[in-house]
Design a protein around this ligand. Structure first.
Ligand SMILES: *Cc1c(COP(=O)(O)O)cnc(C)c1O
Length: 414
């Protein structure tokens, strides 16, 4: 979408505001499906936690996507958005048996990632087919916070526990219809990913009732100039061939599943904020904007680098700015970044603001969460209103201290 469209949206809906480009989401979806077109049954389950607005979920459903969920609330959102229960996979970590049973009752595909729950669930519900999350212990991630395949990770059932896992399956007579891995957030080295896949195929041979193999996600998208992204075309070529060979050996056309979040929505998102103040100190020029890590926490949480453009002054001379938020503690979006000359009132646009941005926002400093707008067929659609003061106090229960009782007086005696 054009900068002018973004500026118009900021004018009409105010700032800060999240804007999502539906066309970009659709083209990413198309890119991934065509990379795997040689596979007979491909299923993409969009990871709802990346961006869970109901209109986004409905749009994903309209593209033919399934849904990957990590909580019963996400399952319910998915059902509300029109996904069929069988198109929803539930991959929680560390949740209670009760929640898993409730999700099973809703009809979603259960994915279990520890032996204790597997045994309890299998004993009580041997007829509900489950998928099993394997930890292949492969380090595929970039930042150590987001590499979940390594040896001391809390995710998945270790490949070293397969014998124990098989005993549980045999003793409970449960049906395993899928196996799964999700190793980390960045697939940069395709060979590493293929190596982890081999471990998954090896594990798959132990189960006779499989319907699908789920390779999780971790597709990397570029955040800043010079970033490498996952070569999905090459991965598609290599993994499809390997998968098809495996299906032949297995004697059944299984479904190849992925659950991309970031890949589908990251680049579709733009976060617009206005500049409240340009503050020159002895060493730095700060651009203070009308938002903070309460709305976009990734730079402070993961050291993520979101590209920032001054869309109000695209031809301005580039200067160095530190872009900071209004939260009353360290709240830095960018340090000494080259940005086209900034004046107070300008609109700055954060790129890659689709994934893990709005969904991680909060009311810290008693600020309202921003509005969200979907840009679809050259038109802006408001898909979430900006919060109001009522939203801040909605669930709060006031205690009345107007007439101090004798005990209160007691408390404040010197
Ligand atoms: C978060 C998550 C994903 C999505 O990961 P991205 O890096 O956003 O693609 C996929 N699967 C599971 C189980 C997840 O928890």
């Amino acid at each position: 979408m054009r900068s002018q469209d973004l500026l118009n949206i900021a004018k009409e809906y105010g700032s800060p505001v999240y804007v999502y480009d539906a066309e970009k989401i659709a083209s990413q979806y198309e890119r991934l499906t065509s990379a795997f077109k040689k596979v007979k049954h491909l299923k993409l389950n969009y990871a709802a936690k990346a961006l869970n607005n109901i209109s986004i979920l409905k749009f994903m459903n309209s593209l033919g996507s399934g849904l990957d969920t990590v909580s019963i609330q996400e399952v319910r959102l998915g059902l509300l958005a029109g996904f069929k229960p069988e198109d929803i996979i539930y991959t929680p970590n560390g949740v209670s048996l009760e929640e898993i049973e409730q999700v099973a009752a809703l009809g979603a595909q259960i994915n279990i990632d520890n032996l204790s729950i597997l045994e309890q669930f299998g004993t009580k519900h041997p007829n509900v087919p489950v998928c099993i999350r394997i930890n292949p212990h492969v380090m595929a991630g970039g930042n150590s916070n987001i590499s979940v395949g390594h040896i001391d990770s809390k995710f998945g059932i270790s490949i070293h526990q397969i014998p124990h896992l098989l005993r549980i399956v045999e003793n409970t007579n449960m049906k395993v219809n899928g196996i799964h891995m999700h190793t980390g957030s960045d697939i940069l080295d395709i060979e590493v990913f293929l190596y982890a896949s081999e471990i998954l195929f090896e594990t798959a041979r132990n189960f006779k009732d499989l319907e699908f193999i789920d390779f999780g996600s971790g597709f990397k998208v570029p955040y800043k100039e010079g970033d490498i992204e996952t070569n999905v075309e090459e991965l598609g070529k290599k993994l499809s061939k390997r998968f098809n060979d495996f299906c032949k050996e297995y004697g059944k056309d299984l479904t190849l599943a992925f659950e991309p979040g970031k890949f589908l929505v990251s680049e579709a998102g733009h976060f617009l904020a206005s500049v409240n103040v340009v503050k020159q100190t002895t060493s730095t020029v700060f651009a203070g904007i009308d938002t903070g890590f309460n709305h976009l926490i990734r730079p402070m949480l993961y050291n993520a680098q979101h590209d920032i453009q001054n869309i109000s002054n695209p031809d301005g001379k580039a200067r160095f700015y530190s872009v900071v938020g209004y939260i009353c503690e360290t709240d830095t979006f960018a340090n000494n970044r080259r940005i086209n000359e900034i004046s107070e009132g300008d609109i700055l646009c954060f790129k890659n603001a689709g994934a893990y941005c709005f969904t991680m926002s909060s009311n810290y400093n008693s600020r309202f969460r921003p509005a969200e707008v979907l840009w679809y067929k050259n038109e802006a659609h408001l898909i979430r209103k900006r919060e109001t003061f009522d939203d801040l106090i909605r669930n709060q229960v006031e205690v009345n201290f107007n007439t101090p009782s004798e005990t209160d007086k007691e408390l404040i005696k010197p």
